[in-house]
Design a protein around this ligand. Structure first.
Ligand code: HEC
Length: 120
């Protein structure tokens, strides 16, 4: 086998490995689709959160912070006690599900040196 054929087939092999890898990466991106208007992650119950949480302010207040469920609940109470948010009723657990899942704490956020939860 000549060197040229060897090199060509190595390149071909690399392409075979690289292409599926980049397709997989693209798949991850697609999983976290965001709404172009609000910038919010599109996931289960995002429409509820959009309907209740961006009436008075933009999404910036919550899409740029990461909190656990307990502290998201505190935020909702704060919105209700100080800022005039209405009772959410049975929407509340769904809104918390969404916030916890998409704007919750991941393992890396549990390192207090990286980021302290805002409300603890
Ligand atoms: C009735 C109006 C209103 C609604 C509805 C509302 N907020 Fe707020 N929110 C405010 C006001 C007023 C502030 C304080 C001023 C600001 O940051 O714009 C605020 C601030 C915030 C902050 C920043 C708090 C901080 O201490 O920095 C977060 C986070 C937040 N809101 C999340 C939410 C979420 C989540 C919802 C939906 C469950 C929601 N808000 C619904 C009025 C509202």
């Amino acid at each position: 086998m000549s060197i040229r054929i060897l090199v060509a087939s190595l390149i071909g092999l690399l392409a075979l490995i690289a292409i599926p890898a980049s397709l997989l990466a693209a798949g991850d991106e697609a999983e976290k689709k965001t709404d172009p208007v609000s910038g919010m992650v599109i996931d289960e119950h995002w429409d509820l959160v959009r309907a209740n949480c961006i009436v008075c302010h933009s999404t910036k207040g919550f899409t740029q912070i990461r909190l656990d469920r307990k502290n998201w609940e505190k935020i909702i109470r704060l919105m209700q006690e100080k800022n005039g948010l209405w009772p959410l009723g049975e929407m509340e657990p769904k809104i918390l599900d969404y916030l916890e899942k998409n704007y919750g704490l991941t393992e890396e956020h549990h390192n207090p040196k990286i980021r302290r939860p805002l409300l603890d």
